[in-house]
Design a protein around this ligand. Sequence first.
Ligand code: SF4
Ligand code: SF4
Length: 116
Amino acid sequence: MAIKITDECINCGACEPECPNNAIYEAAEEWKYSDGTTLVGTMVLPNGKEFNAEELQEPLDDEIYFIVADKCTECKGFHNEPQCAAVCPVDCCVPDEDTKEVEEDLLTKKSFLHTK
Ligand code: SF4
Ligand code: SF4
């Protein structure tokens, strides 16, 4: 499953540069699927959702850092553990129970996000 940031976040920013998928954004920041990935144009995610990679998307939170679940692979394919959780000083990067994925799903997502 993806990782999510709880409202205990203190907005320190330590997690953002650690994410290999560029899935973490500052509060109120617009984001794109193409940020930090090889995605281009109109595509369909492994979960069936269609999107345009370069289109600006609405922030998912206006007050604290947030993680785009569609871009989070729990760091699978890059690291042995979620890097955001490893560096967070207040331990507020936790599994997102709403995004059920097994390791195979996460590795498929990683391959989808980075084709090169
Ligand atoms: Fe990024 Fe890894 Fe954290 Fe997911 S678990 S948001 S891929 S750093
Ligand atoms: Fe928030 Fe933790 Fe990220 Fe700092 S490292 S911005 S406290 S989630």
